[in-house]
Ligand binder design. Sequence first.
Ligand code: PRP
Ligand code: MG
Length: 182
Amino acid sequence: GDPRLQHISQSIRVVPHFPKNGIMFQDITTLLLDHKAFKDTVDIFVDRYRDMHISVVAGIEARGFVFGSSVALGIGAKFVPLRKPRKLPGEVIYEKYSLEYGTDCLEMHVGAVQTGERAIVIDDLVATGGTLSAGIRLLERAGAEVVECACVIGVPEVKGRCKLLGKPLYVLVEPRQVDQCF
Ligand code: PRP
Ligand code: MG
C-alpha cells in the first residue's frame, strides 16, 4: 500500500460522542494542521485525476470545499460548490437527501457546468452515501458526466472502488475507531 495513507489516517482526530452519543466523529481539522498529510491527500487525488480530462470538481459544503478546491487547482479544473440551502445567490437547482433523521438539501448554481463536461464530486467523508448521491444527481441534471466520487474517509464497506448510483467511489482511508494521536 501507499505509505502516505497511514500518516493521513493518523492525522485525523477521532472525537467520541460528538456531536451526539455513539458517534465517533472524524475530525479532519487536524489533518489540515499537518502540512504533509494535507499535501499528500491532495497530491493523491491530483495524481489520480490529472489525466482523466476532468473539467469540473464539485465540492460539498462544508468540508468538501477544502479538499475539492485544492484538487481543482491541482488538475486545472473549475471548482463548483454544492451548497446547503439558501446560500447561493443565483438561480439554483436542488436535490434533497435523507439523513439519519429528517432531510437536508444541496443546491448548485444554474450555469455552473455545461452539458457534456466531465466531473468528479469530492467530500471529506462518506457514510451512507446520501450526500454524495445528491451531488451526483445535481451534476447529472445539469448535463455533466460524473466520472467518479472521491472522499478522504469511508466506511470499510465502501473503501476502495465501489458503486454509488453506478459511479465509482474512491476512498483513501477508513474511519478511525480510537484516538491514537491526540
Ligand atoms: C458530513 C460529511 C459528509 C456527510 C456524509 O457532513 O462531511 O458531507 O456528512 O454523510 P452521508 O454519507 O451519510 O451522507 P455534514 O452534513 O455533517 O456537514 P458539514 O460537512 O457541513 O460539516
Ligand atoms: Mg459534509
